[in-house]
Design a protein around this ligand. Structure first.
Ligand code: URP
Ligand code: ZN
Ligand code: ZN
Ligand code: ZN
Length: 486
């Protein structure tokens, strides 16, 4: 008989409602929800909210990128996630151009063996061929139902529009979800050359080379191409009003488009790149860059209105030394920042504690919405009998000041350093096992499991049905309606 753990005396906060109840867990699953439940092991949730563990659908752990590898691996990355209440991450499997997807997948499987929390992958389409077309179906069979496309990083990961359209059509046929990093890579490359030619080599050039227009254009282009292909679209790291506007407009026309702001873009702005300290500015270089503050209002409003659905991190942390690769040239600063440990506490502090989000909206944006989009709901993202016991007992009164000295990430700094947060995990449970106990991380490397995600979510099926019904049709003309000379 497996041990029965009961989380007692808390308020369950789900995406749809809040109510007082105990939660009983056995064998890694939620087995009962009710009052006065008994168990072998009791976890006190008095004064706390019991929420579905966070799902971060956008992380890069040990990512080969810009001549190096991101510093956090699946062990330190998932530890960081758990410390902040995140119980599942989705990484990006990146075949190098020309490489087999299945070969890349084997490499990612090897890297994730020491994960402390559950994980999945999106597969990236970094080149196009008959082989890629064929392998996409096999990838789906292995439980990966989403494919990422980079419209930026020219000469490295970027794909062209014809490849995008071919891949989106393939996604439609195999019931998968295409995703885009939406920035116009050609325009960015030209802007970078121009700035460097003017002698502008510092990190402020990063933001100047990738203005919001570059993102708005690519977002709109990807949306239109996805509509032509008859497939839903997920836009990662939506950072500005121009991209949000394109998503909002498309959704109002009935298109199935999702937008994912990052916690960084919700609270940090472009003034970071003008910091007189080079290291400070370079440590904040990521793509898309931080924006003027006005864009933050747009992103918060999108979360409130439902035009943006998910808050992620794009956790891709580089050390001080790695960032210094770009000391003479901002285009060589590895792009990426951390955030896995801070996403939920910062979103709670800046969202719920300010009244911009309800606790239920917080759960939707950090867990439930993405579980539905990725077709793993209600195994993940829900508190119902039968769900995985990936849970966070959230203490809304617990405070700390974010500091690299106490973080799980292996890098020496933190883009949220010095920020006071109120709202932190008392406990984080990964499939029923306590992985964080009052700030102490007691996670086990290797405990994390790969989560298979089936193809053909309902949204894909509905959209395919609608597209088939409304597709342009050939006009069958009778001979008597044809000109005599034909
Ligand atoms: O700057 C970023 N975002 N680095 C990670 C790779 C990506 O574009 O998501
Ligand atoms: Zn490598
Ligand atoms: Zn990206
Ligand atoms: Zn990313």
């Amino acid at each position: 008989m497996s041990e029965r753990t009961v989380i007692k005396g808390g308020t369950i906060v789900a995406a749809d409602r809040s109510y007082s109840a105990d939660v009983a867990i056995e064998g890694g699953k939620i087995v009962q929800i009710g009052t006065d439940l008994q168990g072998d092991k009791l976890l006190d949730a008095e004064g706390c909210y019991v929420m579905p563990g966070g799902i971060d659908p956008h992380v890069h752990l040990e990512m080969p990128f810009m001549g190096t590898h991101s510093a956090d691996d699946f062990e330190s990355g998932t530890r960081a996630g758990l410390a902040g209440g995140t119980t599942m991450v989705v990484d990006f499997c990146l075949p190098s151009p020309g490489q087999s997807m299945l070969e890349a997948l084997a490499a990612w499987e090897a890297k994730s063996q020491r994960a402390c929390a559950d994980y999945s992958y999106h597969m990236a389409v970094t080149w196009w061929s008959e082989q890629v077309f064929e392998e996409m179906e096999e990838v789906v069979k292995r439980g990966i139902n989403s494919f990422k496309h980079f419209m930026a990083y020219k000469g490295a990961l970027m794909v062209e529009d014809d490849e995008l359209f071919a891949s989106f059509q393939r996604c439609a046929a195999i019931g998968a979800l295409p995703m885009v990093h939406a920035e116009n890579g050609d325009v960015v490359a030209t802007m970078q050359e121009k700035l460097l030619a003017q002698g502008l080599t510092g990190p402020e050039g990063h933001g100047m080379s990738r203005p919001p227009e570059v993102e708005g254009e690519a977002t709109n282009r990807a949306i239109m191409i996805a509509d032509m292909a008859g497939v839903p679209l997920y836009v990662v790291h939506t950072s500005c009003e121009q991209a949000h506007e394109a998503i909002r407009r498309a959704r109002q026309k009935g298109m199935r488009v999702y937008g994912e702001p990052l916690i960084q873009h919700l609270v940090l702005d472009e003034s970071e790149y003008r910091n007189p300290n080079w290291d400070h500015a370079a440590q904040r270089v990521m793509s898309p860059p931080f924006r003027d503050k006005s864009h933050q209002d747009s992103l918060w409003a999108g979360l409130q209105a439902g035009s943006l659905q998910v808050v992620a991190t794009d956790h891709c942390a580089f050390t001080v030394d790695q960032k210094r690769f770009g000391i003479d040239d901002f285009t060589k600063i590895p792009n990426g920042t951390g955030g896995l440990e801070d996403r939920m506490p910062v979103l709670w502090t800046e969202g719920v504690n300010t009244g911009r989000l309800t606790p239920n909206e917080f759960v939707a944006a950090t867990s439930t919405n993405i579980a539905k989009i990725l077709n793993i709901y209600p195994r993940k993202g829900a508190i119902v009998e039968g769900s995985d016991a990936d849970l966070v007992v959230w203490d809304p009164k617990k405070s700390k000041t974010i500091s690299p000295a106490t973080q799980q990430s292996v890098v020496e700094y933190n883009v949220f350093e010095g920020r006071e947060v109120t709202g932190l995990p008392r406990y984080t449970l990964s499939r029923g096992v306590v992985a964080v106990d009052d700030g102490t991380v007691c996670a086990t490397p290797g405990h994390g499991q790969f989560v298979k995600r089936d193809a053909y979510p309902e949204v894909n099926k509905a959209l395919s049905k609608w597209k088939a019904l409304t597709a342009p049709r050939q006009v069958m003309r009778k001979p008597e309606n044809m000109p005599a000379c034909a």
